[in-house]
Design a protein around this ligand. Structure first.
Ligand code: DGL
Length: 275
């Protein structure tokens, strides 16, 4: 299967569509292929090895479809698989291909935003346990104190279309209370999971008003644009017909239905079986 030389965008399920939406808004000229591994989502509670294995399989599939670049629009995959894929697998598969994640561009922003130098991170259990956010933030901003809070119930709630329910309110409030940003003088919080933008109004409802909530879509889009400026040799390879193709490892009907909520417009997917 050859889908020109599109930008591949990968997530465990629907969350990456919130990132693709912003990338497509900023860079509509490129071709995109989205791959959601819905059959095996959520990745959050899975082991390092499993997330790495699943992510690598999807990346290879997108490479086989012709993508010169794949974006892991999933924090859990970025936290647990990106480094291995970049350092171990890419040199063997094809040293000219690229795989980028969503954590680095997000962490580059926080030092510019936080004044109190106390930053909170909400994410899946996998992302939080990996310590990727504090590690990456401290590379740029060692003076920042990072407070993490795992939110294991949120991806299942969102994937099951319960994000506007009382249950969603209950858990968002519970995780905010556990983080307790007021006590820690936190002024900036990263929504470190690409599913969470669907809950942004719920987070805003329960968070103190002075807190800056960072969600990743626009940041990743802007950072990709800058990346292309720095890497014209890669940019020139990407095909530019403005097409969007969607693939899911699970049922296409429910992907199209739920995915449209994440992406903001109607989408039509095809089923894919990962090798
Ligand atoms: N959107 C993924 C992330 O950003 C969700 C992970 C999951 O499947 O649990 O982490």
């Amino acid at each position: 299967m050859n889908y020109k030389k599109a930008i591949g965008v990968f997530d465990s399920g629907y969350g990456g569509l919130t990132v693709l939406k912003e990338i497509h808004k900023l860079l509509p000229q490129y071709d995109f292929i989205y791959l959601g591994d819905n059959a095996r989502a959520p990745y959050g509670p899975r082991s390092f090895e499993t997330v790495y294995e699943f992510t690598l399989q999807s990346v290879k599939e997108l490479f086989d479809m012709g993508c010169p670049l794949v974006i892991l629009a999933c924090n859990t995959a970025s936290a647990k698989a990106l480094r291995n894929i970049q350092q171990k697998d890419l040199p063997q598969i094809d040293p000219n291909k690229r795989v980028l994640g969503v954590i680095r561009p997000t962490t580059e922003m926080v030092g510019k935003i936080s004044k109190t130098k106390n930053v909170g991170v909400f994410g899946t259990q996998g992302t939080i346990n990996s310590g990727s956010y504090p590690i990456e933030i401290h590379k740029f901003f060692p003076e920042i104190q990072v407070y993490q809070q795992a939110c294991p119930m949120l991806v299942p709630i969102i994937e099951n279309n319960e994000y506007q329910s009382e249950g969603a309110d209950y858990f968002v409030k519970k995780y905010i209370d556990e983080l307790n940003p007021a006590e820690k003088n936190i002024d900036t919080i990263i929504l470190g999971c690409t599913h969470y933008p669907l809950l942004i109004s719920t987070f805003k409802k329960y968070l103190p008003e002075n807190i800056e909530l960072i969600s990743q879509g626009e940041i990743v889009a802007q950072s990709l644009k800058e990346y292309f400026h720095r890497h014209p040799e890669l940019e020139s390879q990407i095909s530019k017909n403005g097409t969007l193709s969607f693939f899911t490892t699970d049922d296409t009907e429910s992907f199209d239905q739920k995915g449209s909520v994440f992406f903001g417009t109607t989408i039509q997917s095809k089923h894919i079986h990962l090798k």
